[in-house]
Structure formats: structure tokens, C-alpha cells
Design a binder for this molecule. Structure first.
Ligand SMILES: [Zn+2]
Length: 428
């Protein structure tokens, strides 16, 4: 009864044997014979890189990398959906990725010193699409210090820092942090000293700094500034929504203007800022780019903030007029005055008398015409929000001192007295 079983196994073994010999034969014969399937080399990408030269435009660049004409059109169309062609500027970098056989794959555009980059890809279906990406950055701390030769802006530039970074630094330090303390336009002197502790964004994996900055602390020692030594410490109080800058005593650097250019209450608003107002004298519609305060002739007019007189005299329809520069950003103007009591170049304090109201120039009766210029444009003073920052409260004082001492130690490394610096209250 075992026989049939044994026979079955034998036939199976013989069958497998034949199959194995057959496979071996195919394998061996294939060694230098006909392959099973056809396959080209591993696909590889060719990456061409370059940077934008003066007068370059996208089609020129693509042509120079032998991208065929019909594709250039499609690439441009897709790219300009994600990117404003006016922003293409010399120094920016690009990459063009093609297959080894020359097939266009991807175009990448990287703005210099910026964290954004853009690409145009061609899908397997031949559809072109563009995207914008944010590069990953980390904040790296550094200290920039120097002496003023002509002005801080030029000193920073001549130290080799790029234009955009210097622009950002001056905007932060000059127009924002110290705007109420130092007038960088009129108060900089040869030999002034500055130091800035900042964080700068570095692109991960590229070992490249960007121009994105956070100023943590700043110092300016000037011979022409109101306070000789000026400090700014970045600090955020426990319940504050955002950080602000403070001097060493914890006093907020951001100040506010007076509500009106008077120190008493004897005035009323007679005409508001209006882009289309019927002019009482010209009998026509004209914008009123200021605020009129009705007040009796000879009312004392005060400066709404600390600043420098940049104009004092007759100015056409304004009559006797004073312009005061408060910072890079803000200027105030006082018109129709009967008397001017300041001179050009004179420094004035907030609330200081500068003249008396009248009706000189194009005026229908005694009043003060007041304007606030923000970045050179007249704005509605009554609608601008000039809230000042709150100084450090007593409950936040110990936190503030901790932060202050840490930042000062990093701003002035190695200086043993760095943490014992005090601002002279008399010179403030
Ligand atoms: Zn007016």
C-alpha cells in the first residue's frame, strides 16, 4: 500500500529537478544574452544654480539654461502667480532642476536674506504649478557695536553689513525703540557709541543669516542727545500682551503725545481732519488735513511732544507756522500763530510753550491749525492711537531686574560693572 505514495514522491522530485535545471539554464543563458526587462540608468537630477544679475529677467535666465521656449512661457505664468515679477532683484539665487535627459523638473527662486522661497514644478502630467515656502530659521544672538563716524546708518554699512539688515536695524533702534529719546536726524555726533544685542534669524541647513531681527537690548551714548547714556531693555511683563522697551529704571521708552497742543482746557475742536471740506475762505471743497482748535487770540500753544524745531516762520496759507520733528516718523505743525517764540534747531520739551494763537495766513478768525505728519503724510491726529507703554510695575520689578542684568551682561560681555549700570536721573 506504500508503493503508490512512493511513486508520487518520485515523480514530484523528478518534476522539480527538471524545473530547476530549466531555470538554471535560463539564468545562465541570460548572463550575456537577452535581458528580462529593459531599464535605463537610475534617473538623476541635474541642478544648475545661479544668481540674478542686474537687468536679468526670468525668460533670459531660463533660455541661458537651455529650457525650451514653449516651457518658458508656462514656467513664467506659473511663477508669477506666486511671485511678483517686480521683486526679482540682482543677488537673489535660483536653481533649475532637470533630468539627465534634459527634461525640465523644477525652478526654485530664493530671495537673498529672506526666509521665503518659491518654486515652479512640472507634474508628471505636464502641469506647471507654483508654491511659496517658508524656510526654517533659528534665532541666533549677536552683538553689534561701533562708533558713529558720520551717522550710525553709515557706520553700520561701512562695517560690511548688508543694506537690508542696516535698514531693519535703524528702523528698529532709531524709528521704534529710541524714537522718543533720541532724534537720530539731528542728535548724532562724531564719536557717539552704540551697542545692539540682537537675535538674527539663520536658515536651518544653509548656514545663512537672514535680515530678520529681534532687538533685545540697545545702548547709545551721545554727546548731542538729551540723555548722555541711553539704554533700551526688551521686557514683557507677566500680564502684558507683548514686549516693550524700557530704560534701566523700568520706565517705558514709548511715550505719548499730549491730547492737544494746549496745557489748559480753554479750547475746543472747531474743524476736524476731513478729506473733503468746504473751505470758508476759498468757497470751494478742499481737504482739511489737520485739526482746528478754536481759541482766543494769544492763547499759549505748546509742543505735543519732545522734539526739534525744524521750521519757524511764514509759510503761505499757514501764516506764522512752526514745524516740530519728534522722531523719524512724527512731525507736528502749528499754523496761523500770532507770535512764534522758538527758533529753528531749538529743542523743545513736551508741553513747552512755542508760540501764541492768532489768525495769520489764510484764516477766517483766531484759531490754531494743527497737523500731525506720520512718515511725511498728514494724518488725523484725533484718530491716531498714541498710547504710551506702561512702565514696569512694582510687582514686575524683580522679573525686570533679572532680565535687565542678563541682557546687559550679554550686551557688554566681560564688563564687570555691566550689571551695575545706572542711568543718571538728573540728565534725563
Ligand atoms: Zn485748519
Amino acid at each position: 500500500m506504500r508503493r503508490p505514495n512512493w511513486e508520487k514522491r518520485t515523480y514530484l522530485a523528478i518534476g522539480f529537478g527538471i524545473l530547476a535545471v530549466f531555470l538554471l539554464f535560463i539564468l545562465l543563458s541570460n548572463k550575456d544574452g537577452v535581458p528580462f526587462l529593459e531599464r535605463t540608468n537610475e534617473p538623476q537630477l541635474v541642478i544648475s544654480t545661479g544668481s540674478i544679475k542686474e537687468g536679468d529677467f526670468l525668460s533670459k535666465i531660463l533660455t541661458s539654461h537651455s529650457v525650451p521656449d514653449p516651457l518658458i512661457n508656462q514656467i513664467q505664468k506659473a511663477f508669477f502667480k506666486a511671485y511678483n515679477k517686480k521683486h526679482i532683484i540682482s543677488g537673489d539665487a535660483y536653481e533649475i532642476l532637470t533630468s539627465t535627459s534634459g527634461l525640465f523638473k523644477k525652478f526654485i527662486y530664493k530671495e537673498r536674506g529672506n526666509t521665503r522661497y518659491y518654486d515652479v514644478v512640472r507634474s508628471s502630467e505636464g502641469v506647471f504649478a507654483s508654491h511659496a515656502y517658508e524656510k526654517q530659521t533659528v534665532w541666533v544672538e549677536e552683538v553689534i557695536r561701533g562708533r558713529v563716524a558720520e551717522n550710525m546708518y553709515k557706520s553700520l554699512l561701512s562695517s560690511g553689513l548688508n543694506l537690508n539688515l542696516v535698514g531693519n536695524l535703524m528702523e528698529e533702534v532709531g524709528d521704534n525703540i529710541f524714537a522718543w529719546k533720541i532724534d537720530f536726524f539731528t542728535e548724532q555726533r562724531l564719536g557717539d557709541e552704540f551697542a545692539i544685542l540682537l537675535e538674527r534669524g539663520w536658515v536651518v541647513g544653509e548656514n545663512q543669516p537672514t535680515n530678520n531681527i529681534h532687538v533685545l537690548a540697545a545702548y547709545y551714548k551721545g554727546s548731542g542727545t538729551r540723555t548722555k547714556e541711553n539704554y533700551a531693555i526688551r521686557f514683557q511683563a507677566q500680564d502684558a500682551g507683548k514686549h516693550d522697551y524700557f530704560d534701566l529704571n523700568g520706565e517705558a521708552l514709548r511715550k505719548e503725545f499730549l491730547r492737544a497742543p494746549f496745557t489748559h482746557k480753554g479750547f475746543r475742536i472747531s474743524s476736524r481732519f476731513n478729506r473733503n471740506r468746504f473751505h470758508p475762505i476759498l468757497r470751494t471743497y478742499r481737504p482739511h488735513h489737520g485739526t482746528d482748535y478754536a481759541c482766543s487770540r494769544g492763547t499759549r500753544i505748546v509742543s505735543v511732544g519732545n522734539g526739534t524745531v525744524v521750521f519757524a516762520g511764514w509759510k503761505g496759507g499757514y501764516g506764522n507756522c512752526i514745524d516740530i520733528r519728534h522722531s523719524q516718523k512724527f512731525r507736528s505743525r502749528y499754523g496761523h500763530l500770532s507770535k512764534i517764540s522758538v527758533k529753528v534747531g531749538q529743542k523743545v520739551a513736551q508741553g513747552q510753550g512755542i508760540g501764541f494763537s492768532g489768525s495769520t495766513g489764510m484764516s477766517s478768525g483766531p484759531h490754531l491749525h494743527f497737523e500731525m505728519h506720520v512718515d511725511g503724510v498728514q494724518r488725523d491726529f484725533l484718530r491716531l492711537n498714541f498710547s504710551s507703554a506702561k512702565s514696569v510695575s512694582s510687582k514686575d520689578q524683580s522679573d525686570f531686574n533679572l532680565v535687565k542684568n542678563e541682557l546687559l551682561a550679554r550686551l557688554f560681555p566681560g564688563s564687570p560693572h555691566a550689571t551695575e549700570r545706572k542711568e543718571d536721573p538728573k540728565s534725563n
